[in-house]
Design a protein around this ligand. Sequence first.
Ligand SMILES: C[S@@+](CC[C@H](N)C(=O)[O-])C[C@H]1O[C@@H](n2cnc3c(N)ncnc32)[C@H](O)[C@@H]1O
Length: 251
Amino acid sequence: MTDDLTRLRGLLDSTRLDREPDDSAGYLDVLGDDGEQPRTVAGLAMRSGIVASIYQRGWRQGLNLAMGTGGLGPSEERRYAAESLELSKASLVLDVACGPGNFTHVFASAVPQGGLVVGLDASRAMLAQAVTDNVVPGAAYLRADARHMPFADRTFDAICCYAALYLVPEPFTVLTDMLRVLAPGGRIALMTSYRGSWEPQRLARGALSVLSGVRMFEQGELTGVLRSAGMVDIEQEIRGAVQFVNARRPL
Ligand SMILES: C[S@@+](CC[C@H](N)C(=O)[O-])C[C@H]1O[C@@H](n2cnc3c(N)ncnc32)[C@H](O)[C@@H]1O
């Protein structure tokens, strides 16, 4: 096991594990064959080796174009996420639904020396790609379900979840679990869909949602959960069919 995987192993809360983590594929796997099979087109795509192999090389950029993020390309988006999370002050970072580690490896170079960034995803195909392309010092990958993550409360200084809440079956369960594992003073950065306010646009995005399985969030849904959970410094930026939401947990 590499040093970073050993450090990740040390972060796991044994009371939340159903099995001994398996490190044979280059990441820690605590799901085994228990991972739920997605039931939507978008969810199934994330389990495909083909999509995983092209995700970082065009698919993600295409997603930004399709969602109309107004010229915000993958590298600007990663920079924006790193700044929102104040990574220069964070030593333990969690990248929830990390896909092929396209943000995780960049975060690892933004944290102080000795920091650790954990990329968590449920897809074997995505994590195999992460191990091929994005293993760098200070990054380690975990196969787990974002709805019930195997970490103790208040573990992480910063948590990112980009381009995933609209795909997971129970996004508010994922959000609640992220808030559970966020340390006091820690920051969270989310990027997900936005249904829009103009009725024809709402109808079109609603239809797309039904066809693809990509959930469309209302403007106040995520910010409302964060506010109710006592989060502060809540910021929301809307770009096309996307919303970026940042917040901090008080000390
Ligand atoms: C589109 S990728 C996002 C990758 C990266 N965060 C980005 O912004 O480009 C969405 C990821 O969510 C993961 N995912 C979906 N449901 C999940 C769950 N319940 N637990 C963990 N990961 C999940 C998929 O496997 C997929 O890799």
